[in-house]
Ligand binder design. Sequence first.
Ligand code: MN3
Length: 244
Amino acid sequence: MSTHKQDRRAFIKNTGKAGVAAGIALTVLPAWATAGSPLAWNSFTQQPLPYDYKALEPFIDAVTMEIHYSKHAAAYAKNLGEAVVAEKVDTNNTPLEDLLRHVSKYSPKLRNNGGGHYNHELFWQCMKPGTATKPEGKLAAAIDQFFGSLDAFKTQFTDAGKNRFGSGWAWLVLTADKKLMVGSTPNQDNPLMDLSDLKGIPLLGLDVWEHAYYLKYQNKRPDYIANWWNVVNWEFVQKKFELG
Ligand code: MN3
């Protein structure tokens, strides 16, 4: 178990007790996902979008962002909320990532919406306005080590997104043996899930469902992916890589 995880668990325990002592319900953000922490986005409820709907233009248009965030992603969060109540998940003591690691024990509703919620919260963080730079430091070195070059990595990731039949996600993951790997998952599955063929910690995710690009790019998924590289938040990917 990583130090990071131990800290998180200790934190859950302590703040949980404080919450009980004060007689207040711990809702909205679980204790381990404090505002401003790198994990703040990783909660059971939809968090504020970290930028305006129009912030990613011209690469991702405002109407797509608004519908994607306020309709599609909001529905996953709402349905996940229903599923965790129905299936008696103790969300104050269960990080969402841990739940996904055992998702095969739960219903298809929890799987689809737990994945859908997690994937979208991650996706918003994987993007940011402004001109994307490129990975730096240890992440840049690891990309060179495992893919040969940044361009070779981008080609492999782009192909994973283009070739995912139907709806799904393309991923860069950190595997259990600390290797970088590219792949894709169907529907709202993700590489944390015990039933996923691709396994690892997701560092970068790309939504290739048509709802993510159809208004601007119609059926041209490759054009969407090519433009999406302009809004990748490499700093976030680096942070996730360093947290491991
Ligand atoms: Mn989506």
